[in-house]
Design a protein around this ligand. Structure first.
Ligand SMILES: [Zn+2]
Ligand SMILES: [Zn+2]
Length: 138
């Protein structure tokens, strides 16, 4: 399976080879502000399965906390991915940029304790008041 994606202006495009894991929803205050919305939808992908094209050198990076890099398009502002120095080899793609339908569902809701009071959470997907890091990426 191959997935494709782009930022809003199309200047940054990418390809993911292989499966896209379940989407991790995050309500932390940094994700909210980075997205301009109530939540971020992130999918961790091995760098080896991820091909990025940025011929205009549009990507910019903001280190929102030490070691946590949020990468976005400097022309249109789309959040594209994040990466952590502590988790080398993994990029966390913003799922809304992916063009194709995703059948992997949601993994969990993280930082539900920081959620905006105007945004409801429905369904029986696991919720964590604070962050949730699965053992395989800790
Ligand atoms: Zn763009
Ligand atoms: Zn977050």
């Amino acid at each position: 399976m191959t997935y494709t994606g782009s930022c809003l202006c199309g200047g940054v495009t990418f390809r993911i080879d292989g499966a896209v894991p379940p989407i991790q929803v995050c309500y932390c205050s940094q994700c909210r502000k980075a997205q301009g919305g109530p939540l971020a939808t992130n999918v961790p992908v091995p760098e080896s399965a991820f091909t990025l094209q940025d011929e205009g050198r549009l990507l910019r990076s903001y280190e929102s906390t030490p070691g946590k890099h949020r990468v976005f398009c400097g022309r249109c502002g789309s959040p594209v991915l994040s990466r952590r120095d502590a988790v080398p080899g993994v990029v966390r793609i913003r799922a809304g940029l992916i063009n194709e339908p995703l059948n992997s569902g949601l993994a969990w809701h993280a930082f539900a304790g920081s959620k905006c009071n105007w945004w409801p959470i429905h369904g029986d997907v696991p919720r964590y008041t604070e962050g949730h890091v699965p053992p395989d990426v800790a």
